[in-house]
Ligand binder design. Structure first.
Ligand code: 26W
Length: 793
């Protein structure tokens, strides 16, 4: 990419301000400047984008199609500025016109087209594929409304629609020429042995492309998002007949398909609209893939050599039956060839073992919405059963349900887990029998995160210290962070500590402005940010917070390490228990923050609407990263990696990627506690494990007693009786059984924090050991072991 000088950049921004936005610079708003700046930076991206597309065609490279119902992209301008090395330049240019870059960047809404881990991982993968010059395209849905906006009323979560598209989106290009009809319902007849589907409904999928530029702008890939449009236009006849709603029905019906993201992230909704959304994405993408392939080649047998398809969890698992349908029904291949080709192109990533998250569609619903695919699924299943002689319960279609995990597994060439522990658990539990039936299909690809957004962009202070110490270039070669160790010195410790301090002061200023709560930057910033879910055990964290509060009140004069407990995260709207936990945290915050006895020794804050942009602001300011899930439940976690990269120490269980983080940073630099995944299974076998554990912990008993008495809800003393009862009698995620170990580990954290030299040394080892957790390392693994593709250019 040709480097852009400040003057050219300024000229480009002013040209767009006048000719694209139509505003005179003396009357332009921050929003106008943001739009003009975005168009100017976008221009710079387009060149490498076109070059990459051209090279991919010329070099006949093997393309990767990454299908995901979610892409949690966050803001795009600041990321492009960092990848193009234009951040400081544009800051000066805008300052010349009295405009603050932070205000311009803050004006952009997050592209919140995802729920959490799975969606953000997809976004990090796009950045790494572009940086590694891997010709990969992301395919998703252009939801009009992303993940809901969260606010608190009386401490309770209230959801309001997210509306990122109510203003023009400068980073997308509408592609009116890329339209595909996606059929639904109807019936199937067989004529001369060939199936002919007569759909009764259809929508048009229209493409919107967003360029994804890699580090230093050397390459750019495409994120293609589909929006639903009606196949038939506005029904004028009906309108003239006065039936206005009916006239608009086709439009409204179509748009529902890409209207909103389902906010569940662990519970299969089973809703028809969700199934239609999954097929909408899958069919439009595969039609587009085949159109592109046949524009270069004419022998479909070549497909597996030129195309690798990744199914991001089971949500696009209809890709198997749909690819076969297109190859057989539309392109005339015979079944066995089509089956073979599909089986060589498709790959499946599993992101969770939670039973309630594994998608199962009723055969009734699948047969009604996708009658042709139900036929194809049954044939795939019959061949699967014949080939493996498997028992009933291993069938794809079983108990009147289509098991999408089994379908994805049977159709895939490679099936991967997202951390070493998770992949082992896949082999030992949920997929044990399929693993035996299809040996060698399961492999591991431990997750990663992009160091461009999560370190270089979010933490310029620490990034400068790193570059000053080991020279530039670590941004796309993160393993080099290990070089920090040989530069270890008091000066380096002091520089890293100063960067952390500045980030904490910046975050404290933001909390002061947004929430009116004063935070002491000397305190330890103890952070748990992620979706609210019982297995992630935010409840255990708030119970420990109450115990700490009570202990401080009992002996305020003691030598307490001041703490700020930061919580962040959304609960799925229908998840009542998670919502109760949110309310409890807010109720506890209200009491603790108003308590003069405790004062600055303990504060609790829960900023509403945790999203990618807030994570970028908060993670660099953290001292302690809470990764406390019940062992065996968190497939990997990716927040844990972001905190480690930014010099926060982890208190955590041996779960997901925590295991590998501890291996890479050194066990002595990780605050481990709690049962292992095996011990968890053993604990579940103990009857009354919760009651037994609570009776052994006076602290926990006292805390639960305070809750039961309404200590944090005097206006409604019985408010938390449900949570208390559940903890005594069910405790499905073993909060009680791990509580004392957690408390003990928190005491170790206090001791370490009080010893700044020791803490600084541990911080350095965490940063130095975090190189492995770059998504560049992850994508190299996928390229070599899953997609069998090479970098181009
Ligand atoms: C059908 C509803 C639904 C929607 C999303 C079920 C399950 C999901 C996702 C798989 C949930 C998810 O985000 N899983 C997270 O994926 C991350 C990326 O691999 C992991 O790091 C997290 O451990 C895992 O919980």
């Amino acid at each position: 990419m040709t480097p852009i000088g400040a003057d050219d950049l300024e000229a480009a921004i002013l040209r767009h301000l006048v000719y694209t936005i139509g505003k005179d610079k003396d009357h332009a708003s921050t929003h106008d400047w943001r739009m003009a700046a975005s168009y100017a930076v976008r221009d710079a991206v387009v060149d490498s984008w076109f070059a990459a597309t051209r090279q991919t065609y010329e070099q006949k490279g093997k393309r990767v199609y990454y299908l995901s119902m979610e892409f949690l992209m966050g803001r795009l301008l600041d990321d492009a500025l960092v990848n193009l090395g234009l951040h400081d330049k544009i800051k000066d240019v805008l300052a010349r016109h009295g405009i603050a870059l932070d205000d311009v960047i803050g004006d952009e809404p997050d592209a919140a087209l995802g729920n959490g881990g799975l969606g953000r991982l997809a976004a990090c993968f796009l950045d790494s594929m572009a940086t590694l010059r891997c010709p990969g395209m992301g395919y998703g849905i252009r939801y009009e409304h992303g993940l809901f906006r969260q606010r608190f009323e009386g401490g309770r979560q209230v959801e309001t629609p997210e509306d990122w598209l109510t203003q023009p989106h400068p980073w997308e290009f509408e592609r009116p020429e890329a339209n595909y009809t996606v059929p639904f319902k109807g019936w199937v007849e067989t004529v001369d042995g060939r199936a002919i589907w007569h759909p009764s409904e259809s929508v048009l999928a229209r493409a919107y492309d967003t360029p994804v530029v890699g580090w230093q702008g050397t390459w750019a890939n495409t994120l293609r998002l589909w929006a639903a449009h009606p196949t038939e236009l506005f029904d004028l006849e009906r309108f003239n007949a006065g039936d206005h709603t009916a006239a608009a029905a086709p439009e409204a019906l179509a748009r529902t398909l890409s209207r909103v993201l389902y906010p569940e992230d662990t519970t299969d909704s089973g809703k028809e609209l969700r199934l239609k959304q999954e097929f909408f994405l899958t069919s439009a993408t595969l039609q587009d893939m085949l159109r592109r392939f046949l524009s270069e080649y004419d022998d479909l047998a070549l497909l597996p050599e030129k195309v690798a398809i990744q199914m991001n969890d089971t949500h696009p698992a209809l890709a198997g039956p749909e690819l076969i349908r297109l190859l057989v029904d539309e392109h005339g291949l015979d079944w066995s060839d089509a089956r073979k080709i599909a089986g060589q192109c498709l790959n499946y990533t599993n992101h969770t073992l939670l039973p309630e998250a594994l998608e199962r569609w009723s055969t009734w619903l699948m047969g009604r919405v996708l009658p042709r695919h139900m036929q194809i699924i049954e044939r795939i299943d019959a061949e699967h059963v014949a080939a493996t002689k498997c028992p009933e319960h291993l069938r794809i279609v079983w108990h009147d349900q289509v098991h999408m995990g089994t379908l994805a597994f049977v159709m895939a060439r490679h099936v991967n887990g997202v951390s070493a522990l998770h992949t082992d658990l896949m082999k030992d539990t949920v997929f044990a029998e399929l693993n035996a039936a299809y040996p060698g299909r399961i492999l591991n690809q431990t997750n990663g995160v992009t160091p461009r957004r999560w370190l270089r962009l979010s933490n310029p202070g620490l990034s400068a210290v790193i570059t000053d110490t080991i020279e530039a270039g670590w941004e796309n070669d993160l393993g080099r962070l290990s070089e920090l160790v040989r530069h270890e010195s008091d000066a380096l410790h002091a520089a890293i500590r100063a960067a952390k301090r500045a980030n904490k002061e910046a975050f404290a200023a933001w909390v002061q402005a947004e929430m009116g709560v004063t935070l002491n930057p000397d305190a330890m910033f103890d952070v748990q940010v992620k979706r609210i879910h019982e297995y992630k055990r935010q409840l255990m964290n708030v119970l420990e917070t109450i115990a700490r509060w009570a202990a401080i009140r009992r002996d305020p004069g003691a030598d307490w390490v001041p703490r700020v407990k930061v919580f962040g995260g959304k609960a799925a709207p229908g998840y009542a228990t998670a919502k109760q936990v949110i309310r409890l945290v807010n109720d506890v915050a209200r009491v603790v923050n108003a308590d003069p006895v405790v004062g600055d020794r303990l504060k609790v804050v829960y900023p509403p609407n945790y999203n990618v942009s807030m994570a970028q602001r908060l993670i660099p300011a953290a001292d302690l990263s809470e990764q406390i899930s019940t062992a065996g439940k968190e497939a990997s976690g990716t927040g844990n990696m972001k905190f480690t990269m930014n010099g926060a120490l982890t208190i955590g269980t041996l779960d997901g990627a925590n295991v590998e983080i501890r291996e890479h940073v050194g066990a002595e630099n990780f605050f481990l506690f709690g049962m292992t995944a095996e011990e968890v299974q053993a604990c579940y076998r103990k009857p009354d494990h919760a009651r037994a554990a609570i009776l052994q912990s006076q602290v926990l008993q006292d805390v639960l007693q305070m809750l039961a008495e309404g200590r944090f809800s005097p206006e409604e003393p019985t408010r938390y009786h449900g949570l208390v009862d559940m903890t005594w009698n069910h405790d499905s995620f073993l909060v009680a059984s791990d509580f004392d170990a957690y408390m003990a580990a928190q005491a170790e954290v206090d001791a370490a924090y009080a010893d700044t030299a020791r803490w600084d040394a541990m911080v350095l080892q965490n940063i130095a050991g975090s190189g492995y957790f770059s998504s560049d390392r992850t994508i190299r693994g996928y390229m070599d072991e899953v997609w069998h593709t090479k970098a181009l250019g």
